[in-house]
Design a protein around this ligand. Structure first.
Ligand code: NAD
Ligand code: MG
Length: 384
């Protein structure tokens, strides 16, 4: 039995994870589930999977859930420390890190420090803490497996997940281009949150959907790939591939290029990482190449998608830059979603924060959190 904690169980990745888990009751046992606002869904998940613990962020949500689960075996906990605690429980083998944004950093790090098998969907945690995060992985011996479809594809296309000495030349990360792939800047100036969240290929949470629309998602993924695989940014390319059938590629020195393909459905990378190094059914329909018929590729347009260039810039600046980029982006995206900021201003807010804060090294987790807080304050000032 593989015993699981799912951080962010009520989100898009969390729900897909539980769908895969439900197909294999002989393999997986759910020990803890966490959520934030969707208490009804968390209650239903607790009734279906009977975890030992359910964790929410706030006291109000905790008392609602406790009331709803009266007489049920699940114990309800709340607060940031409880989130970290259920990620590090001795009886847990595997932690799915699927909280969105910087809020996921501390519980994900707790799982890493406890030496768990960590399935990483929460890319922001790695983007903001980069080298420190990977140093903790090495120190604790945690097994870090990528859920992000691109990184999962790279992992699958590498010989036994290794790079050094394997003749790897480049990574080609594919990107759908999002809902505004062919839109003009004039059109993009007036897009609404619902238009930005209507992704042509993937159904996802609203924050990552906006990131896909600005292509900051791909920028965050370049940074994620740099840390996960210790690959310099100069050897990570982005290729627009509107069909989202090839999830990424690895180019070797002999001219070989290996790709991982499949229908765009997160249950594939989730099932891959859950069962690794074995394979299990995910519920995803088999790929029908005759129906796909065509695979297209385009160069990204950095003029219409400046967020992608900002992410490469943050990587070359090093130090605190990626932390600032991530925090400013979270503030700007939240402001766009609540109608306080126009779509094209998202990149401007991030750029201004990157230009304002002096570069500094990140030596400790406190440095990371301080850079995050500072960038949020400066980004917030840009809104008013
Ligand atoms: P989502 O918004 O659907 O779900 C987010 C989850 O995080 C929810 O369970 C929510 O309760 C929890 N959460 C939100 N704020 C929280 C807080 N302050 N404290 C504790 N918990 C909180 O997001 P998602 O689309 O499932 O994405 C989750 C992560 O996975 C993101 O980092 C995203 O970039 C990454 N990811 C998602 C997809 C996808 O297809 N959805 C693909 C690749 C990577
Ligand atoms: Mg991705």
């Amino acid at each position: 039995m593989n015993r699981l904690t799912i951080l962010g169980a009520t989100g898009s990745i969390g729900v897909s994870t539980l769908e895969v888990v439900a197909r294999h009751p002989d393999r997986f046992e759910v020990i803890a589930l966490t959520g934030h606002r969707r208490i009804d869904l968390l209650e239903a998940q607790c009734r279906q999977f009977s975890p030992r613990y359910a964790v929410v962020v706030g006291a109000t949500e905790a008392s609602r859930l406790t009331h709803a689960l009266r007489g049920h075996k699940t114990e309800v906990l709340f607060g940031p420390e409880a989130l970290a605690d259920v990620a590090a429980l001795p009886e847990v083998d595997t932690v799915m890190a699927a909280i969105v944004g910087a809020a996921g950093l501390q519980p994900t790090l707790a799982a890493v420090r406890a030496g768990k098998k960590v399935l990483l969907a929460n890319k922001e945690a790695l983007v903001m803490a980069g080298g420190l995060f990977m140093a903790e992985v090495r120190r604790s011996g945690a097994v870090l497996l990528p859920i992000d479809s691109e990184h999962n594809a790279v992992f699958q296309s590498l010989p036994s997940g290794k790079i050094l000495g394997a003749g790897v030349e480049r990574f080609l990360l594919t990107a759908s281009g999002g809902p505004f792939r062919t839109a003009s800047l004039e059109r993009m100036a007036s897009v609404t949150p619902d238009e930005a969240c209507a992704h042509p290929q993937w159904v996802m949470g609203r924050k990552i959907s906006v990131d896909s629309a600005t292509m900051m998602n791909k920028g965050l993924e370049v940074i994620e790939a740099r840390w996960l695989f210790d690959m310099p940014a100069e050897r990570i390319d982005v290729v627009i591939h509107p069909q989202s059938i090839i999830h990424s590629l690895v180019q070797y020195v002999d001219g070989s290029v290996l790709a991982q393909m499949g229908n765009p459905d997160m249950r594939t990378p989730i099932a891959h990482a859950l069962a690794w190094p074995e394979r299990i059914a995910s519920g995803v329909a088999p790929l029908d190449l005759f129906q796909v018929a065509q695979l297209n590729f385009e160069r990204p347009d950095l003029t219409r998608f400046p967020c992608l260039a900002l992410a490469y810039q943050a990587l070359s600046m090093g130090g605190n830059a990626a932390t600032l980029l991530n925090a400013a982006n979270e503030v700007a995206v939240a402001a766009f979603l609540s109608g306080e900021l126009t779509f094209l201003r998202i990149a401007e807010v991030i750029q201004s924060v990157l230009e304002t804060v002096p570069s500094a090294p990140l030596m400790t987790l406190e440095d990371v959190l301080a850079a995050d807080t500072l960038a949020r304050r400066l980004a917030q000032e840009q809104l008013s």
